[in-house]
Design a protein around this ligand. Structure first.
Ligand code: AMP
Length: 413
């Protein structure tokens, strides 16, 4: 299968040729013909599978073909993304793929001044990539209208739900015309997503490619059993001794990300953190420095890491395992992009064993945890692992979610 045989416009083919994309990925092969034939789709595709091009290419094909015949002003394509980073990423994909055409693409997102975005919008916009909050602001202020939208995309719909965007999306819906094409992309297609999609689509074609392990297959995964207190030192040691550059490190919390970056700096590793409490400007600077290899380690939370697309990012480290096993797949999918090789290292403390089990269950594999020389787990941790005295999943999760420790202190005998 080639992009040519999918019938894409020659301008798109030439842009793809410049990007050296030779073959469509499975999600592209499955989704592009359906989108070109104006079907609504519900696609199960993770980041890293080429999902952006799976919707951007057929939508641009339609716009370019129509622009050649009879150009009409107005926003024709709306893409909603959960985060600013993803909005920027999707926007630059549209810009790159539409090189050589007259299609204008604009990104609008919160955390940045609205005025430059308004200026860009007033200069003309056929493709708008937006986060829900900023889009609503523009709609409430009557600075834009969505009457001409022919197709809209909900990108990373599962993440939108997780981040509580459901009410915003319900508010946006009435601004869209009745007759429009709807494309929903989600890493997971579960009951919540299906229920949510019922609000606005009924006859969607389901597109599911075997992508559950797509990232995982390409990525070498290593698990080190390390005591919690040793994790930061072990990480700096790994990065230093193995001469890793451009390492994306995941923590569960924003505070944890800041603290870890500080620790690593003390160990002589250039590190910065990126998360939602940082200003948009600061996030962009850090990301640019990381891309240019001015900083060696970028410590990120799951939400902030969405949309970080760095070609040939070789190393991902889970300083802490995520509470949600699917987030593990998203995390390691940051490396091994579109078929490249990558390494994902997880530092797992004894109390995280149950999270590792969740991940093993989801991936359908059993890891062989290793010890890192000089950072072997303490005897207590080993015994705990051997005796399988694990605290119940529920209580730990509840504690994490509520910020409280509900467990009663154990009496000494
Ligand atoms: P996405 O899943 O949209 O985040 O894309 C993951 C990465 O794959 C991005 O860096 C894209 O530029 C790249 N990509 C998308 N489609 C292809 C393709 N057909 N061939 C090679 N790389 C691709």
């Amino acid at each position: 299968m080639s992009f040519q045989s999918l019938g894409l416009h020659p301008k798109l083919l030439s842009a793809l040729h410049k990007k050296a994309y030779n073959t469509p990925t499975p999600i592209q092969t499955a989704a592009i013909p359906l989108v070109m034939n104006k079907h609504d789709i519900m696609a199960g595709a993770q980041t890293g599978t080429g999902k952006t091009a799976a919707f951007a290419l057929p939508l641009l094909h339609d716009l370019i073909t129509n622009a050649d015949n009879h150009p009409l002003p107005g926003i024709k394509v709306l893409v909603l993304t959960p985060t600013r980073e993803l909005a920027q990423q999707v926007h630059s994909s549209f810009v790159e793929y539409s090189t050589g055409s007259s299609i204008q693409c604009v990104a609008t997102y919160g955390g940045a001044s609205i005025n430059p975005q308004i200026e860009k919008l007033s200069a003309g916009c056929e493709v708008l990539v937006a986060t829900p909050g900023r889009l609503l602001e523009l709609l409430f202020k009557q600075l834009i209208h969505l009457d001409d939208v022919k197709a809209w995309v909900l990108d990373e719909a599962d993440r939108m739900l997780d981040m509580g965007f459901m009410p915003d999306i319900k508010r946006i819906l009435p601004y869209l015309p009745q007759n429009k094409q709807t494309l929903l992309f989600s890493a997971t297609l579960n009951k919540e997503i299906t229920g949510f999609s019922n609000l606005f689509m009924t006859k969607a074609k389901l597109v599911e490619v075997d992508n559950r392990n797509a990232s995982a297959d390409k990525v070498e995964q290593t698990i080190y059993q390390v005591d919690k207190a040793q994790k930061s030192a072990a990480l700096s040691y790994l990065i230093g001794s193995r001469n890793w550059h451009q390492v994306l490190v995941f923590t569960r919390t924003k505070i944890g990300a800041d603290e870890l970056a500080k620790e690593m700096k003390k160990d002589g590793i250039t590190a910065q953190s990126i998360h939602g409490d940082k200003s948009q400007g600061a996030r962009e600077r850090v990301l640019a420095d990381f891309k240019e290899r001015k900083i060696r380690a970028l410590v990120a939370t799951d939400v902030a890491a969405r949309g970080i697309d760095i070609e040939q990012l070789e190393y991902v480290v889970n300083h802490e395992l995520p509470y949600n096993a699917e987030d593990y797949i998203h995390r390691i999918g940051r490396t091994g992009r579109a078929g490249a090789a990558g390494l994902a290292v997880s530092l797992v403390a004894s109390k995280e064993q149950y999270l590792l089990k969740d991940i093993e269950k989801l991936l359908g594999i059993n890891f062989m945890p290793q010890w890192l020389e000089g950072f072997e787990p303490s005897q207590d941790a080993i015994e705990q692992e051997q005796n399988k005295r694990k605290p119940s999943k529920k209580s730990l999760r509840n504690k994490a979610l509520s910020g409280k420790d509900n467990r009663k202190p154990r009496r000494r005998r």
